[in-house]
Design a protein around this ligand. Sequence first.
Ligand SMILES: NC(=O)c1ccc[n+]([C@@H]2O[C@H](COP(=O)([O-])OP(=O)(O)OC[C@H]3O[C@@H](n4cnc5c(N)ncnc54)[C@H](OP(=O)(O)O)[C@@H]3O)[C@@H](O)[C@H]2O)c1
Length: 325
Amino acid sequence: MSKEYRWGIIGAGHIAGSFAKGLKVLPNARCYAIASRDGEKAASFAAEYGFEKSYDSYQAMLQDPQVDIVYVATPNNLHYTHTMMALDAGKHVLCEKPFAITCSQAMTMMRVSREKNLFLMEALWSRFLPSMITASRLLGEGVVGKPLLLQAEFGIHPVYDENSRLFDPKLGGGSIADIGIYPIFLALFLFGDPLSMDVSSIPAPTGVDMTTTIVMTHREGRMSVLTSSFAFDMESDAKITGDAGRLRLCRMFHTPTKLMLRRDVEEKETEIPVEMVGNGYNYEAAEVMRCIDEGMIESDIWNHSQTLRLLDIVERATKDAFLNL
Ligand SMILES: NC(=O)c1ccc[n+]([C@@H]2O[C@H](COP(=O)([O-])OP(=O)(O)OC[C@H]3O[C@@H](n4cnc5c(N)ncnc54)[C@H](OP(=O)(O)O)[C@@H]3O)[C@@H](O)[C@H]2O)c1
């Protein structure tokens, strides 16, 4: 039987609320503390999601000895600073994606977690979703024959605002880092590290990438075509085509979703049933608590090396996007 863990959240924004709902379905997770730069915002978040404590500064929450695990839910450029603050305060950490802006930052975060014997994981929630795990199992069983092509896309159309975290370079904006990370993750998860990578981008007025397509080749004649965009809403699904059929992770493919299979010998697509509990964020939180229960400081399902390989591609693709302008 797992012990109960008291969670504290840094940043009372959009994803913090979704994550809090995910915690609610886990019997060993206690919604304990929320920290915001604004005390009123923290109090109203605590009231809405049933947290016991609210703090008007991140550092004040980190000084609370009752907090066991900190979830970092701030803009991309602040993941490094807030994770380091939490580790320094002796807390286990689940940090939102992208884990950091650079691999060098990520390696420092990982080194400090090892030195302090504290658990640390990137909140790459898709890795833990039943739909993703089922898709990977089915492909391994050969339902589409040999998988050869991945086409994955993630496009949204937010109102353009140069100060929003999506478009502001100072906040780590850009489509690759924010949403392109999911198609990239899927390519690495299903086909492994790329042998080659070509990046084509169109910039937003702030200079971050607005729309990007990445083409990767992989071992054994496989290819990935990955698109992300803040300029238009896309179907945001993922298709894996093999030499005997195709499997589709339906819109939005990175979330709990439907799987549709069509074998070449069949006339129509068939839905593959997938069992789901909660809103999906519960799976990554459950993994954090399982690992801490077992005395681990990194997950063996989404480990530090996988986070680094993903971030390496995000970092290189972002640089290439600018080089190609
Ligand atoms: N896993 C997913 O499905 C998913 C979905 C969306 C986003 N994300 C990730 O989650 C992180 C947060 O995204 P979000 O959509 O929740 O963003 P958001 O709504 O803007 O919330 C971010 C929060 O960070 C805090 N913050 C601290 N310094 C800030 C600054 N200088 N500017 C703006 N906010 C600052 C703010 O909280 P206080 O004002 O309360 O201090 C703010 O509410 C990002 O890294 C993003 O990539 C993940």
